[in-house]
Design a protein around this ligand. Structure first.
Ligand code: TYD
Ligand code: MG
Length: 463
């Protein structure tokens, strides 16, 4: 009989502790430790791989290689994020909130690959075959040459995959529903997820198929798994978006075979996900051009320029401690911009309630947005709308200077394409082209703020 033992595993980070504790000592999360029964070989490979001490072959680093063969989907937004298709023999984690559209995206992707003559297998552990068929029919993909299976046991799935010619791509939807005979814990626990993911990753390497594991992550990290799987797989893609908006962003956060800073933009429609090849136009769609407090930021997502609207509302606060609410940007970055405005530019803004919103639900994490945020804040404070045909980008330093940012030419070209006429930024580099825009270069934030404020009626800030 296999020797069993009990261990206490944190469902958030996968750390193992010898006894139950209320708070995980590794990641500090409360109530995440769960008792798991494991046999003595947790996480170990198959016996034959370790037994016998058989030596492996050493090879020189310099040698012949073939460039990684890829399974292309033909969906430009997806292929862009994977770096030109899923690499054969690699394992990819596609993570995202439940209901965001992972299954829909992957079903559309396998259908597109089947059209290109690839052998694709879609294994679902969440839905019945009938449900997947219905969805495919609704998406107009009902007749595609995709093999389906509804199964949750890893050993059965592997046996199925090993039948017949090796597939080009396998989708496992989702890793949390899988369970393996090798461990006794419940499906969805860290040990099950890790062991199942290991077995499937090994299958990918051996068979040369690309394996995509779907993983649900919730905001509060309550569902176990994907975090521990991230280390095992070759690429991690996040599918994001929020329920109140129809657009979805596919973002690469780890990629052993390509860049990680690319995004793919999709829109969820009644007929599935539609690729959005011009995201800037979509994000600027409903902009109120004459409102004070609105600035257009010329941002970059990977190698791709994306324009979006930053909205600020500065309102006198009735409270002793004024409110700060930020959606789509880093709130500590907002505090920094406010502190620079107060101390370096002499703007009395800190006593107001301040709301900042990136329109459309986009999340920005570039410091280049500083200048657009500062412009939107001053515009709202003074009631002076910014010129509707201007874009803003630049990083603000703690000393009150405006720093140049990378890819200025690309940002300017995108702005020009969308009909903007002027840009406000830091000093352009020697190689940067204005691309037909009238570019105002500032090295000092106070000068710019003075010019915006001069156009509005300075409102008395709350004392
Ligand atoms: P789904 O792909 O099942 O999400 P996940 O696999 O990430 O959990 O997508 C579910 C949501 O997508 C569901 O709320 C309905 C919506 N949806 C559409 O709006 N249009 C469509 O054509 C489809 C298939 C789904
Ligand atoms: Mg799903």
């Amino acid at each position: 009989m296999a020797k069993t033992k009990t261990s206490y595993v944190c469902q958030a980070c996968g750390a193992v502790s010898p006894r139950w504790v209320g708070r995980c000592e590794a990641c500090g999360e409360w109530n995440t430790i769960v008792e798991e029964i494991v046999d003595s070989g947790v996480g170990a490979g198959p016996k034959s791989a370790t037994a016998g001490g058989r030596p492996t072959q050493l090879v020189p680093l310099a040698g012949e290689t073939e460039s990684a063969a890829r399974v292309v989907s033909g969906m430009a937004e997806l292929d862009r994020v994977t770096g030109g298709g899923f690499v054969k023999g690699s394992a990819v984690l596609m993570a995202g909130d439940p209901g965001i559209g992972k299954s829909t995206l992957l079903l559309q992707a396998v259908a597109a690959m089947a059209d290109l003559g690839k052998r694709v297998i879609y294994v679902t552990g969440e839905e019945a075959v009938g449900q997947v068929r219905l969805r495919a029919q609704r998406l107009g993909l009902g007749d595609r040459d995709v093999s389906l299976a509804s199964e949750t046991n890893v050993e059965i799935i592997l046996a199925t995959l090993q039948q017949g010619p090796a597939p080009d791509l396998v989708i496992i939807d989702s890793i949390q529903t899988l369970w393996t005979d090798r461990v006794d814990s419940a499906p969805g626990t860290v040990t099950q997820v890790r062991t199942s993911a290991q077995a499937l990753t090994r299958f990918a390497k051996k068979s040369g198929a690309a394996v995509v594991l779907v993983g649900h992550v919730t905001k509060d990290g309550q569902i176990a798994g994907p975090r521990v799987v991230e280390h095992m797989v070759d690429a991690v893609l996040y599918f994001e978006g929020d329920a109140s908006h129809t657009f979805r962003i596919l973002r690469g956060v780890k990629n052993r075979y390509g860049a990680t800073d690319e995004i793919g933009v999709f829109e969820m429609t009644t007929l599935g996900l539609k690729e959005v090849s011009n995201p800037s136009a979509m994000f600027l769609d409903q902009r109120d051009k004459d409102a004070a407090g609105s600035a257009v930021f010329a941002g970059m997502e990977g190698t791709r320029p994306v324009l979006c609207e930053i909205q600020a509302l500065v309102a006198p606060s009735p409270l002793g401690t004024p409110r700060r609410a930020v959606v789509g940007w880093d709130s500590s970055r907002l505090s920094m911009v406010l502190a620079v405005l107060e101390t370096r530019c002499g703007v009395r803004i800190g006593a107001n309630d301040i709301y900042l919103n990136v329109a459309g639900g986009l999340k920005i994490n570039e410091p280049a947005a500083d200048l657009a945020v500062a412009a939107a804040l001053i515009s709202s404070l003074t009631g002076a709308p910014l010129p509707p045909d201007a874009v803003y980008f630049g990083e603000i330093s703690l000393a009150g200077g405006v720093r140049p940012v990378v890819h200025a030419s690309l940002r300017l070209r995108e702005a020009q394409k969308l009909g903007f006429r002027s840009a406000v930024t830091g000093r352009l580099g020697a190689g940067d082209k204005s691309n037909g825009l009238e570019v105002s270069e500032y090295t000092d934030l106070a000068t710019l703020i003075g010019q915006i404020a001069a156009k509005g009626k300075p409102r008395k800030a709350a004392e």
